[in-house]
Design a protein around this ligand. Sequence first.
Ligand code: SF4
Length: 56
Amino acid sequence: MVKVDKTKCIGCGSCEAVCSEIFKIKDDEKAHVISSKNSKCLKEAIDICPVDAISK
Ligand code: SF4
């Protein structure tokens, strides 16, 4: 299951930029997982996150 560690996330928006089907920045300025499907862009999002907040 994909998870964003909210204590690490700085809300940079990179995960949403590369994988908007799974990640969305919400009002708390953290990335939220909006879908549990294992899209190809998930790996890209994990790789691009500057603080390694995304795990699966
Ligand atoms: S790429 Fe990482 S730090 Fe940036 S919004 Fe996504 S989870 Fe947060």
